[in-house]
Design a protein around this ligand. Structure first.
Ligand code: SF4
Length: 461
């Protein structure tokens, strides 16, 4: 549809509201924050009069929203740029911009290796993209915008306003905080996204209200350390638990999730909100990263295995059905067999309902990249062992859930079997079940009949 409106290679230059000027394509790598930024980029481009293209070959404006958390997505972005080179040679009027964490970190290298790129824009400059596209259409001079906001005294005033999609979405992500102040030794995020800054509470609540008005029922609040939300606001400190309660009170919002909390900042008031507020879901994705205090100290994670264990114990005591998931890194510099064994032991002890498990990837510019690295094969073998351990635990947990009933928000047909619908439980278990298509958006109770590694199959009761 959209791409047939104009032939590839023809651009309409007048800026007239409601006029289609061309097509755009945004390629995204990385986390939910990047996905959110990409949606904002799309909304900006649509305001300029561009409509989505099915693929980059025929798009008039192509944006790459890049990720630097590991080497692989950076390699993919450079390889994608390699493909774009030929398209741009055939259609020099095409506009190509690079955004995201890699743009923040490696702007000059991106331009040097890919002189055909029109602009590079950093993580805090997404709102500059419409102007950069207009400039590129007119002057074809390379532009770079990679400033990160400074923290001004103790109050942050430079958080950009966000657009809200007019397309109805059952579930939506809502960034509440940008950047990070923790400086874990393996992580490039404080460099790529800058210091921690929270969005004003009223802006967030307004955005959620607008989402609810167009049919959104579930929101996931996003932040690098989402539960440290609320510092340096002009309105004074707002605890994360208060924000959870405010969002839960927005009419039409039935489910509130958040990701990812930082263990040290996970306090009793948040546990009480999960326990007491029906709209706050009983799920917590709390990155542990390693199961040995020496490793945690080298990672500069500001907690110990036992302080993490205390949060898990408190959470499970107050919210018995809570789903607990985590992130683990293996092969961190200097990780010994004994330290890795502690991580395996901790997985058996906490019995997480799910885990993202990664092999450590050195990020230039981080302290851990200069530490003594361990053998790559050893790290790969450890990752295999960890994944097998976690998969066995998950299978055991899921087998124990047969016969249990879960409240599920019906999202739509499963991709592999359109006869089955799918949705998540409150504690973030994926369930598949037969149900009519018009159940989408309904809360149903599903009784588990079959356990699987990925989730559960059941029937609506
Ligand atoms: S808490 Fe650590 S791992 Fe998470 S974004 Fe901040 S520095 Fe990175």
């Amino acid at each position: 549809m959209a791409q047939s409106l104009l032939r590839p290679g023809t651009l309409s230059s007048p800026v007239r509201r409601g006029t289609v000027r061309g097509t755009y394509f945004v390629q995204t790598w990385g986390c939910q924050m990047n996905e959110e930024d990409s949606e904002q980029i799309g909304l900006y481009l649509e305001e300029l009069g561009f409509v989505p293209a099915a693929n980059p070959q025929e798009a008039h404006v192509v944006l790459l929203n890049t990720c630097s958390v590991r080497k692989k997505p950076e390699d993919k972005a450079f390889s994608f740029l390699g493909e774009l080179r030929a398209f741009k040679a055939a259609r020099p009027e095409m506009v190509i911009g690079v955004a995201g964490c890699m743009a923040q970190l490696r702007a000059d290298e991106i331009k040097h290796r890919n002189p055909f790129v029109d602009f590079v824009v950093g993580t805090a400059q997404v709102s500059a993209i419409p102007g950069l596209v207009e400039e590129a259409l007119q002057s074809r001079r390379f532009a770079k915008r990679t400033d990160l906001p400074e923290r001004k005294g103790s109050v942050v005033t430079d958080i950009p306003q966000r657009n809200v999609s007019r397309t109805a979405k059952l579930k939506a992500f809502v960034p509440i905080q940008y950047g990070c102040d923790k400086f874990c030794t393996f992580c490039i995020v404080p460099t790529t996204r800058g210091r921690e800054r929270s969005r004003p509470t009223e802006d967030i609540v307004q955005e959620v209200r607008r989402l609810a008005e167009i049919g959104t029922q579930e929101v996931t609040l996003l932040g690098q350390t989402v539960n440290s939300y609320g510092k340096n606001l002009a309105e004074g400190r707002v605890p994360f638990s208060k924000l959870l309660r405010l969002i839960a009170g927005v009419p039409g919002i039935r489910r509130v999730r958040y990701t990812s909390p930082y263990p040290r900042d996970f306090k009793a008031d948040v546990i009480e909100a999960i326990r007491d507020v029906p709209q706050v879901m009983e799920h917590c994705h709390m990155p542990l990263q390693a199961g040995h205090d020496g490793l945690l100290a080298r990672m500069k994670r500001l907690y110990t295995v036992e302080s993490y264990a205390q949060i898990v114990a408190d959470l499970r005591a107050e919210v018995p059905n809570v789903g607990l998931t985590t992130d683990i890194i293996v092969g961190f510099p200097g990780e010994t067999d004994e330290e890795f064994q502690h991580t395996l032991d901790v997985m058996e002890r906490f019995r997480f309902d799910g885990a993202f498990m990664f092999k450590y990837s050195p990020r230039p510019g981080t302290p851990a990249a200069t530490m003594e690295q361990i053998d790559k094969q050893v790290a790969s073998d450890r990752l295999d062992k960890l994944i097998k351990t976690q998969q066995r635990i998950q299978c055991e947990i899921n087998e124990g859930l047969v016969g249990r009933e879960f409240e599920v928000l019906v999202e739509g047909p499963t991709p592999k079997n359109p006869n089955l619908m799918q949705g998540y439980s409150r504690c973030f278990r994926m369930l598949h079940f037969p149900a009519p298509a018009d159940f989408r958006g309904e809360l149903v109770t599903v009784k588990v009949t079959e356990p699987h590694l990925w989730g559960l199959v059941g029937t609506v009761v």
